[in-house]
Every structure is written in structure tokens, then in C-alpha cells.
Design a protein around this ligand. Structure first.
Ligand SMILES: NC(=O)c1ccc[n+]([C@@H]2O[C@H](COP(=O)([O-])OP(=O)(O)OC[C@H]3O[C@@H](n4cnc5c(N)ncnc54)[C@H](OP(=O)(O)O)[C@@H]3O)[C@@H](O)[C@H]2O)c1
Length: 293
């Protein structure tokens, strides 16, 4: 069973959000197209935008995606207050062997500074949902979490999330952040199912589980054969296989959200329809079996 609107902490928002990363990093479309993608998603009913402090090109100006999201919302004619904007701190862009990469900085002072910069770039006093992007192996996770707790206390963030965490870190986050913690954002897709246990654990803690790169990502080479059973169901129904993948993820549990990326309006408009797609028991069994094989 899927439903287009779901409860995420104190928010009610769309089960399918727009992952905005690809609109501002390497391979991004031009600015006009990027704004149009966000506008068309919002016009079609999407009410969840996923961004991060670190969504900018390596070596380029920082926070370009947060500024893009703000510009898109400022120029949108719809109900801005209904849109949940989630951002993240703890990553920045770097180069490794001359290639653009992602680096972590989970020091408390960096998290606090970056979160305040995020609020500024987004043009808000209080961020709706602020994730700690990724644990920093150089910093005890508890210290990073305490900085996140401080950000909620100061009103910089209304609610908090953690991302790229195992069960142990999820439990620690719950302990340190209490009810301010509302979401976990981890990778989950037919090519990345090992986080299934984290999805279940998040449900047990009453937390939303937001799947990142729910279609396997737009750059990393992926095992395309994992998508064959989804292609088969898609062919039987006359829809895109991506829509079937997203519907399958949303059907895992009512705490699941997906934030597919898009460089074109057509792809997010198609993805948004996954929320209305009900897979039969037989289809779910078939896809679950294939995904865990
Ligand atoms: N928390 C984290 O550490 C983390 C890490 C990575 C990503 N994320 C979040 O996850 C979001 C999504 O991840 P992602 O962009 O890497 O990967 P993704 O959503 O798995 O894949 C995006 C790709 O799928 C294509 N696509 C999307 N919907 C489609 C449809 N209905 N039909 C056909 N093709 C479709 C897009 O095509 P086009 O390019 O042609 O539009 C794009 O190439 C990011 O934007 C970001 O917000 C979070």
C-alpha cells in the first residue's frame, strides 16, 4: 500500500520528494532548467525537497544547491509553507588525485557554523529538517550529535535527522537527540538492499526512513540485471521501471520516503506518480524475492 502523503516527524509531506543534488554538482543542468525542474515538481504536488550544504561542484562556490532551492521557492507561486526543505551538514567537496570527491567534517564547531550558513542560504530562521550528513571517523559520533542537539536547542533546526548510519549509531542518535530526531536517510535501492535492517530499525524507533539514490544513483556503474524484474513488472503495467522501483521501496513500510534525483522535469514528474501505484501481493513477492536473491 502506498499513499502520496506521509507523516515525517511533525510534518505531513509527500512520500516522493525531489533529491536536488544533481541540479548543482558535476553534470548539472543550466540554472534555468534546474529552477524549472523544481518548479514543475512543486506544481505537480511534490512537497519535500532534499538538499545539503555540500551540494556544489568541487572547487566551486559552496552551498549552490541550497541557494538554488531558495531561489526556486522564492519565485514559485504556490504555498511555500507546505514545502518541507531538508538539508544536511557534515560533508564538503574536495579533490582526491585530481578528481572531485566528498570529504567529511563532523567537528562540532563546523557543524554549528555550517548549519547557520545553511539557514542563511535557504533564507529561513529555522531549518525544517537538518541531517548530520555522515559520521566523521576523526570525531566521536556523540560529539557531533551533541552539536546537532545544540542546533535544535538554539532553534536553528526544528527537527533533526542522521544519515549514513548503522543501527548502533541510530540508537546513539536517539539517545542524544531524543524526540528531536525524526528521520534517518540511508542508501536503499534494488542495487543496495543491505540497509533493509536499518529501515526496519528506524520503523521500530518511530523514525522516517528516507532512501537516498533510490534508483541506484545517476553516475555510479550499477548492476543493471538487478532491475530486470522491475522492468518486467513495468512492461506488464505499461509504466517506467523507475516508477515500479520507487513504488516497491515505498511499499516496504509506511515510514519510507524516497528522494529520486532528476536533471529533467520529465523524470521527476514520472517518479512522483510512484506514490499512487499499488503493487499487488504477487508483484511484491516477486520483487522482494528478486531484490534479496
Ligand atoms: N545522504 C546522502 O549521503 C546522499 C547521498 C547521495 C544522494 N543523496 C540524495 O539522494 C538524491 C537522489 O540520488 P541520485 O540523484 O544520486 O540518484 P537516483 O535518484 O537514484 O537516480 C537519479 C537518476 O535517475 C534518473 N531518473 C529519476 N527518475 C526517473 C524516472 N522516473 N524515469 C527515468 N529515469 C529517472 C535521473 O534521470 P535524469 O538525470 O535524466 O533526470 C537520474 O539520472 C540526491 O539528489 C540527494 O538528495 C543523499
Amino acid at each position: 500500500m502506498t499513499s502520496s502523503m506521509r507523516a515525517l516527524g511533525p510534518f505531513t509531506t509527500t512520500a516522493v520528494g525531489l533529491g536536488c543534488m544533481g541540479l548543482s554538482i558535476e553534470g548539472k543542468p543550466d540554472q534555468g532548467t534546474a529552477i524549472d525542474v523544481i518548479h514543475q515538481a512543486l506544481d505537480a504536488g511534490c512537497r519535500h525537497l532534499d538538499t545539503a550544504w555540500s551540494y556544489y561542484e568541487s572547487g566551486g562556490p559552496e552551498q549552490t544547491n541550497e541557494r538554488l532551492v531558495r531561489q526556486a521557492l522564492d519565485s514559485w507561486k504556490g504555498p511555500r509553507q507546505d514545502v518541507l526543505v531538508a538539508t544536511k551538514v557534515g560533508h564538503y567537496r574536495n579533490f582526491t588525485d585530481g578528481r572531485p570527491t566528498w570529504a567529511v567534517d563532523g567537528r562540532p564547531e563546523s557543524l554549528i557554523r555550517h548549519a547557520k550558513e545553511s539557514a542563511q542560504a535557504l533564507g529561513v530562521d529555522t531549518i525544517d529538517l537538518l541531517y548530520m550528513h555522515r559520521p566523521d571517523p576523526q570525531v566521536p559520533y556523540q560529539e557531533s550529535l551533541e552539536a546537532m542537539a545544540e542546533l535544535a536547542k538554539q532553534g536553528v533546526a526544528r527537527t533533526l535527522g542522521v544519515s549514513n548510519v548503522d543501527i548502533e549509531r541510530m540508537d546513539l542518535a536517539r539517545q542524544v537527540l531524543g524526540d528531536d530526531l525524526v528521520a534517518v536517510q540511508n542508501q536503499f535501492s534494488p542495487t543496495f538492499t543491505s540497509s533493509r535492517q536499518e529501515l526496519d530499525h528506524a520503523a521500530g524507533l518511530g523514525l522516517a526512513f528516507v532512501c537516498w539514490s533510490p534508483l541506484g544513483g545517476f553516475r555510479a556503474p550499477k548492476d543493471e540485471t538487478r532491475y530486470d524484474p522491475f522492468r518486467q513488472v513495468a512492461q506488464e503495467r505499461g509504466v517506467s521501471y523507475q516508477r515500479v522501483v520507487l513504488a516497491w521501496e515505498l511499499s516496504q513500510n509506511s515510514n519510507v520516503f524516497v528522494v529520486p534525483g532528476a536533471h529533467r522535469a520529465a523524470t521527476i514528474l514520472d517518479s512522483l506518480q510512484a506514490a499512487d501505484m499499488e503493487l499487488s501481493e504477487e508483484e511484491m513477492e516477486r520483487l522482494n524475492r528478486a531484490a534479496t536473491a
